[in-house]
Design a protein around this ligand. Structure first.
Ligand SMILES: C[S@@+](CC[C@H](N)C(=O)[O-])C[C@H]1O[C@@H](n2cnc3c(N)ncnc32)[C@H](O)[C@@H]1O
Length: 214
């Protein structure tokens, strides 16, 4: 098994348990460790879709954030929604939280997505970078499946300054809930190397909201 496969396997095992308590544990960590603002976070995701279009949502997780932002079934701009995640247990939860058509679910790895080059104009990837095994590879794949004039919106959880918060994050990396620490500098380098450009970068607490274009 390659290092990426080992990390993906660990993520699947960890998220199998985590799926039972998501989103309450995620929301607690979001407020206590990263001091984010969930309403601004949802609004930023929601504003990805301003006209009729299809959305590819990568690292959907249990689907509660995607449901709150895109409101499938109610949002007339949402022509179709494809949700991709590597964890069968998280995707199972997402099927319940995103019941309404036009939603499809794909069990798969961001590093090797079953989509055509330039297939999607709108892509979301919230909270995924912290648990991907290889962010440069993930960004390369996202760049490949995105249409030339498309955009991707997402979030990254940055390494906070306080030692006790950092300790908690290192523990979660050790346990396999996350794969790495992220700093603004590291994020900007990944983006530069992937061929994307940052069109929006907004930090709330230690949560980074971003929009990327080609
Ligand atoms: C923290 S959750 C984010 C869920 C949701 N988007 C949110 O913001 O609440 C991260 C998700 O990334 C998924 N993931 C981790 N590695 C992945 C990979 N290689 N390919 C696709 N999804 C992956 C995990 O299974 C998990 O559901």
């Amino acid at each position: 098994m390659s290092t990426n496969e080992v990390l993906n396997q660990k993520t699947k095992e960890r998220y199998s348990l985590y799926a039972q308590f998501y989103p309450i544990l995620a929301l607690l960590a979001y407020y206590i460790i990263w001091r984010g603002n969930i309403l601004k976070h949802i609004k930023f995701f929601k504003n990805l879709l301003t006209q009729k279009s299809s959305v590819l949502d990568i690292a959907t997780g249990d689907g509660s954030l995607t449901a709150a932002a895109l409101k499938p079934g109610k949002n007339k701009n949402l022509e179709s929604l494809v949700c991709l995640d590597i964890s069968p247990d998280m995707l199972e939860k997402a099927r319940k939280n995103l019941k309404s058509p036009p939603t499809e679910f794909v069990l798969g790895d961001v590093g090797n997505m079953p989509f055509k080059d330039g297939q999607y104009s709108l892509i979301s990837c919230f909270g995924g970078l912290n648990s991907f095994p290889d962010v440069p590879l993930a960004l390369k794949e996202i760049h490949r499946v995105m249409a030339p004039h498309g955009k991707v919106r997402g979030s990254a959880l940055l390494l906070p300054a306080s030692p006790w918060r950092q300790k908690k994050i290192h523990q979660w990396i050790e346990e396999g809930y996350q794969t790495q620490t992220i700093t603004t500098e590291k994020f900007r380098n990944w983006v530069r190397e992937s061929g994307f450009k940052i069109s929006i970068e907004q930090q709330i607490g230690d949560v980074l909201l971003f929009e990327l274009v080609k």
